[in-house]
Design a protein. Structure first.
Lengths: 138, 138
DNA sequence: CCCATGTAGTCAAGCTGCTTGACCAAATAG
DNA sequence: CTATTTGGTCAAGCAGCTTGACTACATGGG
């Protein structure tokens, strides 16, 4: 289906842009994690739910991101068992790079389309998409 | 991105429909393979190119599909090295089931949208999607 | 006609990202 | 104060892919 092709092209394009900006050790999956971590941080379990994987998988991804310097594990303010994962400066820089890359990919597309048809596409897609479903690994 | 959510929902929906029709041992990736095999069959290498994986990976997927009875390995009519992978009766039945499932998922969506806006969405997506790119494994 | 190079396919080994299962420590309910 | 739930980790295993090496057939130039 061409919906899939478009989605792939989009993800590839953004990933390409992120790498071009110097973050060569990032995969698209990391970007999906950043979406959840960006506002106020999250626990491993919350991250796991957001990504649709087990908490072990999320934990080991967190390990990787900590090792690479994008994420910190801080003590949770109210729960001594939990740890709050938050973005480091480098993590935020990468998030900004991803936003830039995304605009870069979408801008010419939105331009060619015009605001009206763009809105049509957006609403059309949002009726099909169930909220929060981001499981790219088939 | 909500484009991804829509793509995921679509794939999941179709896969669900296929399973509901009795083909419980199928993954979405198999469907992508069928797209290439359906018209006249294909060799392992052609399948590999279509899926964007190595020929070894394609070959072992072919093994699986043969084992499950969806695909046959026949001698290639003009090249004694090659083997032509073709769908069996069961393979065609599964293809038909997938088509039905796809319409089932898309029909209410297309209905709600109307032909005009549907066409808009289609053309919009096709400008973004590069041809033949179907690599769902990020 | 024959050899050199290219191509289709398989075998084998290894890696990566995920899973299931078991467990500990802190939180929470009774 | 115990019993259960919840956040997190450790360990082992698996699925789907990769790279590398090899065989059998194809093909083009001498």
């Amino acid at each position: 289906m061409l919906l899939l092709g478009a989605a792939s092209a989009l993800v590839d394009g953004i990933n390409e842009g992120v790498r071009a900006r110097g973050f060569t050790d990032m995969r698209p999956a990391h970007g999906f994690a950043f979406v959840r971590l960006a506002p106020d941080g999250a626990t491993v379990v919350e991250l796991a739910e957001h990504l649709g994987v087990t908490k072990q998988a999320a934990s080991q991804m967190a390990d990787e991101l900590v090792r690479k310097g994008y994420v910190e594990r801080r003590p949770h303010p109210t729960d001594a068992r939990a740890r709050l994962l938050t973005l480091t400066g480098r993590g935020w820089a990468c998030t900004r790079a991803a936003d830039e890359a995304a605009s870069e990919v979408l801008l010419p597309w939105a331009d060619a389309l015009g605001p009206d048809r763009l809105a049509t596409v957006r609403t059309a897609l949002s009726t099909l998409a169930v909220p929060g479903r981001i499981r790219p690994t088939w």
